[in-house]
Design a protein around this ligand. Structure first.
Ligand SMILES: Cc1ncc(COP(=O)(O)O)c(C=O)c1O
Length: 373
């Protein structure tokens, strides 16, 4: 792979060494062009050729199906990760006394929707991390016969710890517990095959590793679970005969599409589709290898510079997110980096660095030199 040539597809590289894909990623060039083409066309034509965009939306659904290795009908477009978590939290057939198990270090979008069920008698159990890892034995110890759902991120947003979805999902399956994965911190760069991994529900917005925009993401639900949930947020587009506006026939679509209540964020989906095609052209396994290689390089350089790497870098644990313990206030370092053309972030009192496949070793050298200086 010619990584240098690829950089021409990333306008952000003209100005920044950008290491903040765990927050809001820059649009790829193809995504920018796809959104612009849509905007120009809509400005000049309105809905005269709407079917062309509707077809493209279905193409993007197929790309998402390919990404997750599932039938495209098993995915619904959502406005963000939280929306997908809410579909399950609000729609699940809870009984008072049930519990949900999640991790203490989860991003708030995977905690509040479950906490919001307190009025229905649902308890939220938050498993504490041991320093930089979530131990599967601690998760196991939190489960009991009233646990209905385990909900975890594929990769933890602050520490970068990669949960072992196969092992946790298998643990859930053995006990008849459903497994929800917030995949936003890995989707597009780490493989996730829902037909092989024991994942029941998944949600992720497209504006991080998928290099799309904010407001266009994906929700996955296992087909046989569709009728187990009460469908929240039903709209005209949730039903089988959704295009026949003059006939009321309330039969929900028998697949994920019932959660697409109405008109979609077509501009955002255009961007997502273009970035997905770019990632597929490179090859997701190639992207994975590259990101893990860059982050290994970053960790070694950091250690050599006397900076403590907080993230677990054991083979199964590592991800595209590297959390560093730097001296002083990380917020000051974030500002100083920006002054030098380097975009990083801070979370949990540590510096968070999240490179994508188009970043370079030279950019990492610049970052480490800046931290040292
Ligand atoms: C693990 C995780 N989940 C979800 C989100 C964002 O949620 P949403 O897509 O609902 O804005 C983030 C953003 O940083 C995140 O790190």
């Amino acid at each position: 792979m010619d990584w240098v040539a690829l950089r021409s597809e990333f306008p952000v590289t003209r100005r920044w060494a950008f290491f903040d894909h765990a927050a809001v990623a820059p649009l790829s060039g193809p995504a920018q062009r796809a959104m612009t083409a849509w905007a120009v066309h809509m400005a000049e034509n309105g809905d005269a050729d709407l079917s062309q965009w509707e077809c493209r939306v279905e193409d993007v659904r197929r790309l998402l199906g390919r990404l997750l290795n599932t039938d495209p009908l098993d995915v619904a477009f959502v406005k963000n990760t939280s929306e997908g978590i809410g579909f399950v939290a609000e729609g699940f057939p809870w009984n008072a006394g049930d519990n949900v198990v999640t991790a203490a270090e989860e991003y708030p979008s995977n905690i509040y929707p479950w906490m919001n069920l307190a009025g229905r008698g649902v308890e939220v159990r938050q498993v504490a991390s041991r320093r930089n890892r979530i131990d599967i034995d601690d998760l196991r110890a939190a489960l009991d016969n009233r646990t209905r759902i385990v909900s975890l991120s594929s990769v933890e947003f602050a520490s970068g710890f990669r949960n072992d979805l196969d092992a946790i999902g298998s643990l859930c399956r053995e006990r008849g517990i459903f497994f929800f994965v917030d995949a936003i911190q890995s989707l597009g760069v780490l493989p996730l095959d829902v037909s092989a991994a024991p994942v029941d529900f998944l949600s992720a917005d497209g504006h991080k590793w998928l290099l799309g925009t904010e407001g266009a993401g994906v929700f996955y639900i296992r087909r046989d679970l569709v009728d187990r949930l009460h469908t929240t947020g039903v709209g005209w587009n949730s039903v089988v005969g959704c295009h026949d506006f003059s006939r009321i026939d309330f039969r929900l679509k028998p697949y994920a599409g019932r959660w697409e209540s109405g008109t979609l964020n077509v501009a955002g989906i255009m961007a997502l589709g273009a970035s997905l095609e770019l990632l597929f052209d490179i090859g997701i396994p190639v992207v994975t290898t590259r990101i893990l290689e860059l982050t290994d390089y970053l960790c070694e350089a950091a250690r050599r510079a006397g900076v403590e790497v907080f993230s677990s870098r054991s083979p199964g644990d590592k991800s595209g997110i590297v959390s560093l313990r730097t001296p002083g206030d990380p917020r000051a370092l974030v500002r100083k980096s920006k002054d030098q053309g380097i975009i990083v972030n801070q979370r949990a009192g540590r510096l968070r660095v999240s490179p994508h496949c188009y970043n370079t070793h030279e950019e990492i050298d610049r970052l480490i030199a800046m931290i040292k200086s």
